[in-house]
Design a protein. Structure first.
Length: 225
């Protein structure tokens, strides 16, 4: 979402009516070409959810239209280079767990995993350390507690009962560059919206809003634990 000055809108003629999408990208490129730049607001002001029957799903994400979009945006703005155009047209197909993928954690493995990451977790509301207390996690110096779901800390205010995904569900294949960064990093790595990862790394903490095969903690990105 963007807030645009009326004078800037008028200077570039506003949106062009591109029937198959990317009017906003074209508009932003026109602003840049006129020497106008924006400023990112470090605050969530609106949330946008894409529905299956939206233009993005029904037209923009269709490969035939993506080819037209890539050609059209380059025609309009020859200086622009689209990164990973082939990847955009041919994204990795959804995969399911096989013999080469890590298996979902057993209850014993999950308990050991919780013990491993617990020193790094904090209450998202108070910022205080957490410790096992009864069937959940207690907040240091407070009566406040957080529940566990399938051995995972639920540090997501107002989430309720989380959805539990099948153990063989693999949905988020990490790009090669992300894998390289993970393998080259000695310290901890936080993978937000990790989904159903094919491989678990000991130093990668996976955060989600549902319980996937390697989810470590259920958390809200706006208030990280």
């Amino acid at each position: 979402m963007a807030l645009v000055r009326r004078s800037a809108w008028a200077a570039v003629g506003g949106y062009d009516h591109i029937r198959f999408g990317w009017e906003d990208y074209d508009f932003w490129c026109k602003l840049v070409e006129q020497g106008m730049f924006g400023e990112q607001v470090a605050e969530v002001l609106a949330e946008y959810r894409v529905h299956n029957d939206s233009m993005l799903r029904s037209q923009t994400d269709v490969n035939a239209n993506k080819r037209r979009l890539l050609a059209d945006i380059h025609r309009r703005h020859p200086w622009l280079r689209v990164a990973e155009a082939d990847h955009a047209l041919h994204p990795p197909a959804p995969v399911s767990a096989d013999a080469s993928a890590d298996h979902p954690r057993t209850a014993e493995e999950q308990a050991a995993r919780l013990e491993r990451i617990l020193p790094h977790l904090r209450c998202p509301q108070t910022g205080q350390p957490l410790a096992l207390r009864g069937a959940g996690l207690g907040v240091a110096g407070s009566a406040k507690s957080w529940p566990l779901a399938h051995g995972r800390p639920v540090l997501f205010p107002g989430l309720g009962e989380p959805r539990v995904m099948p153990g063989d569900h693999v949905s988020n294949e990490l790009p090669q560059r992300a894998l390289q960064l993970i393998e080259q990093t000695d310290g901890l790595v936080l993978n937000l919206s990790a989904g159903g990862s094919a491989r678990a790394f000991d130093h990668v903490i996976e955060a989600e809003f549902a319980v996937f095969r390697h989810t470590d903690v259920l958390a809200d990105a706006h208030a990280l634990p």
